[in-house]
Design a protein around this ligand. Sequence first.
Ligand code: NAP
Length: 554
Amino acid sequence: MTDITTARDYDAIVIGAGFSGLAILHHLREIGLRTLVLDGEDAIGGTWWVNRYPGVRTDSEYSYYSFSFSKEVRDEWAWTERYPSGEEVLAYLNFVADRLDLRRDIQLQSRVESAVYDETSNTWAVHLADGGTLTTRYLVSGMGVLSQPIYPDIPGVDSFRGEKYHTAEWPREGVDLAGKRVGLIGLGASGIQIVPVIAGEVDEFHVFQRTPNFVVETENEKVSAADMAWLRENYDAVYEKAANHPFGVAMEPAEHSALDVSAEERRRIFESKWNEGGFHFANECFTDLATSHEASELASEFIRSKIAEIVRDPATAELLSPRDYSFNGKRVPTGHGYYDAFNQEHVHLVDTAETPITAVTEKGILVGDTEYELDVVIFATGFDAMTGTLTNIDIVGRGGRTLRDKWLADGLKSNLGINAHGFPNFFMSLGPQTPYSNLIVPIQLGAQWLQRALRWAQENDVEYFEATPESEDWWRAETERTGRQTVMYTEGKKAKAWFLGENIPGKPEEFQVYMGGGQVYQQHCRELEESGYASLLHRVDAPESVDVSESVDA
Ligand code: NAP
């Protein structure tokens, strides 16, 4: 073992006490690392603690939206709904923390402001908002991928005299919307969940839509004791199926191209998967809804026909039907009565594509010359995705360079989204360029990969892991190459999707996630491991970097 003389407070500090932080703490403890999790909030749960808006629930089904690594948790936890509510997921995470005795190594109300790497001692100093500093050998981000909320660049947002809330900053005590005139801006997965739930509470509801979405409706059945018993028996198989699926869902791969079947057969398959609901439609109908524009357009046409069936007013139905991009151009949300909510008389869809919102005023929202007077404005306007949390604080690597400056100057670069050149012993759970997926799978597999990597580092006297520049170039090229083979590129550009960085004015257009498939990504991670972590062994004093082209890019 090396490096025993440097006194540090911890072997590993993990930022964020959500799914990632809990999984990493458990796995690093298992290899004897003194690990601390820091979180700025006053409770654990990460995204499930801060996203408390009405209607928040998973878009993934319970069976694969949970950890599989703990037999105790699997045996003792029982889900109650097919798509668990945010409250239930939060209860699950608290159960995990208690059952695995994680709380004693979690420090809440500890917001990290910066983390600075010292080359001489190979140590990270983590600076907290309260003025404290902690030192660690390994620094791990578990800060979440959709955790840096953004408000729209509409003039006057601060001038509104009524109440205003962002879905990701919803007050803990809840908001009484009864009898109020409410306006909602934003119809991604968050806005789509909130619409049907608050429509039943408010007096008048104005939904301001700039870009419509393709929403796949679903039923949300109760999970029975028998369902849980079956899952406990089959958990490993379910998890393996999800881990081998491109999008991390435990679903059967589709068999045919949408273009290879008759129109009648296509309609039958679309209809059956629409009836199964949620992600089943995107993942189980046909092989090419994410790769062929023609196939994606056929799926779009089917969903438009469903919207026309559900929404009684033809003009509203038409407005809700995306025409400017096709299916998969945005992350497909799961609906729980979304379209049907527009059949209520007090729910008004306001098109802001033709005439954009001009301003938020003292009294409400101005669209062209029409002012909508409101008591409450809700912003469901999304996040600075994937990179936002990492660039919002100062993560300072070699030579005093921040991660923010690196990505600004060089473009988004990382080795498999795990580590970046210039940032020794800094690791990211769900870093940018990791899979576009049900996130629990890459979180768990990533925690297990990190456990093996750090054990190997200890056994082999490796003082630090640092991505070689070549590995970053390779992974950036691979991320862009595979992403551009999907309709997420062509259609995502049109739809201003967050996964391309298009939702933030001025953010460069780059794939923020890896679209090449979760199972392919995991294969790359295994190859990196089998290579003896070759492309993570950059050394400043080494005259030549390790050639990763054979060892990793298989
Ligand atoms: P989002 O998908 O980025 O949607 C943001 C919405 O705000 C869009 O409708 C966008 O309109 C609108 N918007 C932003 N700026 C605007 C402006 N200046 N004027 C008018 N409209 C504006 O954000 P999100 O709904 O929070 O979802 C983000 C991601 O979080 C999802 O894709 C999903 O991955 C995750 N999420 C998951 C769940 C779940 O699994 N249960 C729930 C919620 C979120 P345009 O489309 O016109 O830009």
